[in-house]
Design a protein around this ligand. Sequence first.
Ligand code: FAD
Length: 498
Amino acid sequence: MPHQQQSRPVRRLIIAGGGTAGWMAAAALSRTLGKVLDIKLVESDDIGTVGVGEATIPSLAQFHRLIDIDERDFMAATQATFKLGISFENWRARGHDYIHAFGSTGTDHWTAGFHHFWQKGREAGIAADYGDYCLEHKAARALRFGHLPDDGLVYAYHLDASRYARYLRRYAEHFGIERIEGKIADVQRDPANGNVAALVLDSGRRLEGDLFLDCTGFRSLLLGQTMGVPYDDWSQWLFNDSAIAVQTESVGPAVPYTRAIAHDWGWQWRIPLQHRTGNGMVFSSRFVDDDTARAALLANLEGKPLTEPRVIRFTPGQRQQVWAGNVIGLGLASGFLEPIESTSIHLIQRSIVRLLQLFPTEGIEPADVAEFNTQAADDIRTIRDFIILHYKVTERDDTPYWRAARDMAVPPSLQHRLDLFGGSGRVFRSQNELFSENSWVQVMLGQGLIPRTQHHTAHVMPERELAAFLDGIRTGIDRTVAQMPGHQAYVERYCPGG
Ligand code: FAD
């Protein structure tokens, strides 16, 4: 087939929406392509942003490194704290908790992961808790933090979402982006090919572009409403469809982890920042009404509320294509998975990096679009399975919500992983998948899925050798953690917010 160019070169880029998605895209694109592209971002102060999205995962630090954002500067500007993992409380059973920590646990053998050796040690009564072999886990429990040489500690941030958008705006404007305040009243299409031709603002101003990034949040004004791309609804596996968010005063030192506290029909987040705490309840309207969920949230706050609780509705799922014609959806406009593993900002960042890799400078090629869509679909599907795992594997059967979660049929891709781990303790990461084997193991063990057997490599290890191996790892970690300062004191010294 002769090579066919499908559209004109891309010189004018319009970003519709200025939440975290819009401004992350603006920052990265202005920094890398600002000299060759005319980039405009339109946002509406009247509409505002979703205003949540404050827990991240370690990939955000990589994103900042790619575009030369200084960590101290960013953390001070966004009143950020460090995050070493997520504490899951009452998920496996009431009163039980575990931490899904970043980083690795123990040392793997090439034939078998560390958990095989740990489990063998556990059965012999010579192994401590699984988390005791993970540096990030131990530091989180001890409320300690420190930058270690050679990027030794794997961490992410808790950040103030509104301040982060403002910070990225300053950055992007410095690199030449034009910000336009206004409400998009109409989206005009080119009758020749169905692509978006221009956005018309309520002021009457018309913004023409070659490529449009839809960052309009749940409205999905361009990708969903204009291009009509259907939405895959995953609520048969992910029952939660509502959240209530409220900010409170900080109480006590900031812990270096997000708290995810399960309730009878959902779960509650606590995200400690320097100047306040972000809180919210995520729940299923099939199992509880707003008033009950709000009352439970307000009864479980630690500090005085600073804002009115507000309800946010969502449908878990993803648009069938995130790139359609000359429109690419980023952030909530493209899909949403509940924030239990803080994956949405990561998915925005992945899409931005992918866009930069496939940027259609000389015209939009169908093969590039197909590749973009395939990669985006793979990304979110594996994350979806990981999130469903938190509900499916539980010993809780005390409420209709948890019974329905435990009894549901899960996607075959997840069932296969559960069977593989439950039988032989084996776990494999698929290519480009976000969550590592160690993440899967921590959550599967944490939720109560214990493999029936271990790998023979662990079985053939003599018990004295196994004890020395396990002790060596644990005591090394304890020594390192003992040398770290307290998290709160470290943040106050390293990056105090103004
Ligand atoms: P928004 O923030 O909603 O921004 C939309 C933008 O579009 C705004 O600027 C708005 O003004 C503009 N806009 C819309 N319509 C128009 C119009 N007609 N004209 C002009 N402008 C318009 N993610 C994480 O990574 N970690 C978390 O801990 C986390 N927690 C979450 C908790 C909840 C309850 C929810 C719902 C989401 C959470 N997320 C989290 C997801 C995260 O909030 C989003 O991925 C992130 O904020 C990006 O949002 P956005 O920019 O896509 O949309």
